[in-house]
Design a protein around this ligand. Structure first.
Ligand code: SF4
Length: 391
């Protein structure tokens, strides 16, 4: 029997602090069975007062969200953090790339803390800087790099954002990806191309459904294959060069479940995130960002039925908060985002109590050079016309 050495680093093992991958997170954590965890978190937060600002991503567990001063998507939270320059400590209940973005957008004096360093993002991990640089070299060799604008989704590591900043590209979110693509194509005129990472689905869905391209205009660069698995001719012919990355949660929703639900729930409306596969998005009634999903449900008429394709913690919270609407999770086999769920109450208590004791644990710091170029790419996104910059 032959074995294959897969380039995977299981969460919680090994150290790779420069990436989104999971790392050891040693700490004197309180046991999850401690009945006083809620009281301990409340007491620590009260002692820290306005010195601490706790951010909670929509996909976090309820036990953590209850301590968030603000909730939101990754970009909103980073901006919220920037809006609190008086807060010495920003405790980011989300994943690693989000804490990096908060560090980039806050002042050097503010300390951004991720309660569990193993809370990475598998999608962000799928585009590593060395791989992206290899892809760019291949585009140079193919004679097309001058026509290519790199666009990265917000869900990427800081060094990938910096790469885009250095190469005349930008960051986008799932709600402004269409505007970002239009901007990118306008930069280079006829023959322009976009190298889009890390989420192939967001790139494809936006190019085809919002910009009217065909699937044939898109090719997929597989960083695990020589030359991305593409010929120079394919690179020259493509308009969209999609990175072979995906969200391990949204990528699991399947189109046949949409058919099954429509057969069993009369009048159900299917609402999905654009990180879902193209065939799922094609079958949905509505497609949009996390904030779009929340606003759509808030505005829906009582008595309406919805099947939602996004992270389970958010869908469960929407169902709880809107008992007058029938809200169903789109797929029985899709589970929570495992890395988001690394942040739990014991880790939050540990992080807050450490701060009370004067110890900053799990600080996320982006080096100044990376921060400078990542800010350039983020600023280009902020300068895009029209839409709000939410993911
Ligand atoms: S839901 Fe998907 S994109 Fe978001 S943190 Fe989890 S793996 Fe990453």
């Amino acid at each position: 029997m032959t074995t294959v050495d897969l380039p995977l680093l299981p969460l919680g093992r090994g150290k790779d602090l420069s990436a989104e991958r999971g790392v050891e997170c040693p700490g004197d954590l309180p046991p999850a069975s401690d009945p006083h965890l809620v009281a301990r978190a409340e007491a620590a937060k009260a002692k820290l007062g306005s010195k601490v600002f706790v951010l909670g991503h929509h996909y976090q567990r309820d036990e953590v969200i209850q301590f968030a001063d603000v909730t939101g998507d990754s970009f909103k939270l980073a901006r919220d953090a920037a809006g609190r320059p008086d807060a010495e400590y920003i405790v980011f209940c989300g994943v690693h790339f989000m804490a990096e973005s908060a560090d980039i957008l806050t002042s050097p004096d503010q300390k951004v803390i991720l309660p569990d360093l193993a809370a990475g993002c598998s999608m962000a991990d799928m585009a590593r800087l060395a791989q992206v640089e290899d892809a760019w070299d291949a585009l140079v060799d193919a004679g097309v790099a001058d026509q290519v604008v790199p666009i990265t989704y917000m869900n990427s590591s800081a060094d990938i954002k910096a790469f885009c900043g250095k190469h005349d590209g930008a960051v986008c979110t799932s709600s402004n990806a269409d505007v970002a693509l239009e901007w990118a194509f306008a930069q280079k005129g006829p023959g322009a191309k976009v190298l889009f990472f890390p989420d192939q689905h967001l790139g494809r869905n936006t190019a085809v459904l919002k910009l009217g391209m065909s699937l044939d205009d898109c090719v997929v660069w597989n960083p695990l294959l020589p030359h991305g698995g593409l010929t120079d001719e394919q690179l020259r012919d493509a308009k969209m060069i999609l990175w072979k990355g995906h969200c391990s949660v949204h990528g699991r929703f399947s189109a046949d479940v949409v058919d099954d639900l429509r057969a069993t729930i009369p009048g159900v409306k299917v609402l999905v995130h654009p990180e879902c596969a193209h065939e799922v998005v094609l079958k949905a009634d509505l497609v949009g960002s996390t904030e779009f999903i929340i606003k759509t449900i808030e505005a829906a008429e009582p008595g309406t039925s919805w099947a939602i394709g996004t992270e389970l913690n958010l869908v469960q919270r929407l169902a709880k908060n809107h008992p007058d609407k029938q809200i169903t999770f789109l797929d029985k086999t899709v589970c929570y985002c495992s890395t988001m769920n690394r942040i739990d109450l014991p880790h939050l208590v540990w992080a807050l109590e450490s701060l009370v004791d004067g110890t900053v644990v799990n600080r996320i710091e982006v080096d100044p050079e990376t921060e400078r170029w990542a800010k350039v790419a983020l600023q280009r996104m902020l300068d895009l016309p029209g839409k709000s910059s939410r993911d």
